[in-house]
Design a protein around this ligand. Structure first.
Ligand SMILES: [Zn+2]
Ligand SMILES: [Zn+2]
Ligand SMILES: [Zn+2]
Ligand SMILES: [Zn+2]
Length: 456
């Protein structure tokens, strides 16, 4: 998200490297958003200012946004007062999230936001104009142009009579900065609840094998180092912009479509990863090699690949991929189970599509309150998450926490304590020990599990 045509001079990087070593689990950046909007589907259940779930009170003027209390309303007013009349005019229609975000950015820039700086070190900072806009790429992307046209129509409708909607060129440059620098603000369970622009953090580039991670507390963004670093050098700090549980091909496509670059990270350029992700199980059950189904024998143990196995592999991969595609929004327990049954003994336990199916099965089982099944699938999911997300990823930490929670519910306190400790180890690196997720939820579960372990 860095801009090579940065209007401010590049920061002297070697100087930053005079700083002390950074340990894994150190928070290296804290930033408040330049602009953010709560997703409209949470409009009536979360506060528009702090994003908390609460019994919310509507703004008495627009009746569009809600707040958890007077303090939040007062704090939000500085920004909300400019958009309030437009939102009032929009009701009963719901403004698309991207349009509301653009509206906020336009108003923020109009009222001095163009001078606001986000700092990533004591002296290194970025303004909105420093963010990359990918103007040329967007201009040649019919899908983006169509989206922008529709947003322009919504904005003109909403704000038109005040004549403050920028011209199309200007709007495209704001829109471009939004789509290539926008963050999803996640709640403790990693659900996306809002979108936001942060200025300082936009200095951070992407890697599919990141050494830092972004987590949130309310609207505040935190970047934690998940590896030890010799010093704080932002040119060597990488976060992941995308879902890592995907093939290099898919990841590159996602990055190209959203961020307009070709990922050349070590993982994307290593052909071994694709082979492993598509790996079949070796018929020799003592061999754990990722079997390449196009070979005649397993390269590790020499066991032959029969046409029967090859056919079963093709069939189950097609079925699994079709099912996963249709379950993008909601996972269906029975569909997952059919796939998992067919995958057994055919796909390698760390085959990406098998891991994705386990992930879907785990979520579906939880949704249906099938705790025994959830536990089985969740435990099988751990090695796959560890391999593809890496050992210091919030999703792996949360998986351990969910397992611990289910085990507590299933009266397995000893196992629960073990998983909750794993969760704590990971989440204290990705979220920091003081994060509410650890201080409230995890601490509470741990106390309960330890208590029950003593009593059993
Ligand atoms: Zn609030
Ligand atoms: Zn209002
Ligand atoms: Zn990559
Ligand atoms: Zn083998």
């Amino acid at each position: 998200m860095q801009s090579p045509t940065n209007s401010s001079p590049p920061q002297p990087k070697s100087k930053e490297c005079g700083s002390a070593a950074v340990k894994r689990g150190t928070r290296i950046l804290t930033e408040k958003p330049f602009a953010f909007v709560l997703k409209s589907k949470y409009r009536l259940e979360r506060c528009d200012n702090c994003l908390e779930v609460a019994k919310v009170l509507k703004c008495s003027n627009c009746r569009y946004v809600s707040y958890c209390n007077r303090a939040c309303q007062t704090q939000a007013w500085g920004l909300h007062k400019h958009e309030c009349p437009f939102l009032k005019k929009a009701l009963p229609r719901i403004v698309p999230d991207a349009a509301r975000m653009l509206c906020r950015l336009i108003l923020r820039l109009e009222h001095g936001g163009d001078l606001v700086r986000g700092y990533y070190t004591e002296h290194g900072s970025r303004k909105f104009r420093d963010l990359m806009s990918h103007y040329a790429e967007i201009k040649n992307d019919p899908k983006r142009i169509e989206h922008l046209e529709s947003l322009h129509a919504v904005l003109t409708d909403m704000m038109g009579d005040k004549a403050i909607v920028p011209n199309k060129t200007e709007l495209m440059s704001i829109y471009g900065r939004l789509i290539t620098n926008g963050f999803n603000i996640l709640d403790a369970e990693m659900n996306s609840i809002a979108t936001a622009i942060y200025l300082g953090v936009s200095i951070t580039d992407h890697s599919c094998q990141p050494n830092a991670v972004a987590t949130f507390e309310g609207t505040e963004l935190h970047i934690y180092a998940i590896e030890d670093m010799p010093c704080l050098d932002w040119s060597k700090i990488f976060i992941s912009y995308i879902d890592l549980l995907n093939t290099p091909e898919q990841r590159r496509l996602d990055l190209k479509e959203h961020y307009y670059f070709l990922c050349v990270c070590s993982k994307c350029t290593d052909s071994k990863e694709t082979l492993e992700m598509n790996g079949a199980a070796c018929p020799n059950n003592k061999c754990s090699a990722f079997l390449n189904i196009t070979h005649n024998v397993c390269r590790r143990c020499g066991t032959g690949v029969t046409p029967k196995l090859r056919n079963a592999y093709k069939e189950v991969m097609t079925l699994t991929q079709a099912n996963l595609e249709s379950m993008k929004e909601v996972a269906y327990f029975d569909a997952c189970r059919v796939c998992l049954d067919k995958q057994a003994g055919v796909l390698h336990p760390l085959n990406l599509w098998h891991v994705k199916t386990l992930d879907a099965a785990f979520e579906a089982a939880i949704e249906m309150g099938k705790w025994t099944d959830a536990l089985t699938y969740g435990q099988q999911l751990v090695p796959g998450f560890r391999k593809y997300y890496g050992p210091w990823n919030p999703l792996l930490g949360l998986l351990y926490m969910k397992l611990g929670k289910i085990q507590l519910y299933e009266r397995l306190p000893k196992e629960a304590v073990h998983n909750l400790e794993e969760a704590q180890r990971i989440l204290s690196v990705t979220h920091g020990r003081e994060h509410r997720l650890l201080q409230e939820q995890l601490k509470h579960l741990m106390l309960q599990a330890r208590h029950e372990m003593r009593d059993s």
